[in-house]
Design a protein around this ligand. Sequence first.
Ligand code: PEP
Length: 248
Amino acid sequence: MRRTLVAGNWKMHGTLAENEALLTAILAGIGDAKAQVAVCAPYPYLAQIQGKLTGTALAWGAQNLSQYGKGAYTGEVSASMLNDFGCKYVIVGHSERRALYGESDELVAEKYAAAQAAGLTPILCVGETLAEREGNVTEQVVGRQIDAVLNKCGVSSLAKAVIAYEPVWAIGTGVTASPEQAQAVHAFIRGKIRALDSAVADSLIIQYGGSVKAANAAVLFSQPDIDGGLIGGAALNAEEFLAICKVG
Ligand code: PEP
């Protein structure tokens, strides 16, 4: 059976009170969700989320981690610290981290490896900018981002990972990739993995992210190689998020 994952990326949003209200509303409505569901929250709220979601159908995770295990890295958070707060997932290589914090493909691969070494499931974000799409290099860019992880960790590592295809031009813009555009890149990703290991390719969850809403989730998630979504803005609204989870 096809597995799907809908994960909310809260980015730098939320307060204790807002999170409490959002999670209460999501828990009240999540019963018949088809997808596995997770929320990825800012670090300071992970304890709150662990307290609220332990024993429920919702998983949770973080949005970033250090590539290092411990030491003199002021301001950083390690994979084992995320484990202490019950995280199952951690986003690595989100385009905002690549663009705003200069995270290279190699650094993202190190973070992916650090997450897996601690038993966390990395959600590896890949995707092209608008200029790259218009320059017809989408597959080269996405292929290069995935190769960095394959070179460091091997194809078998993808048995314990999720890939999120997030075209940069669709994130937070309200412009969604068409189902055909998204499916084409998802098929490229799965085909690339299938050439190395067909069992890993078949079971790999490849999420789509980029302005997913309740109104467009069904058509996106019905594409053969789209296995749910990584949801930004719509994950902050319980009604929208629940509607997306019920599609997935
Ligand atoms: C994201 O944060 O990864 C994202 C896809 O955001 P949005 O859904 O708001 O485009």
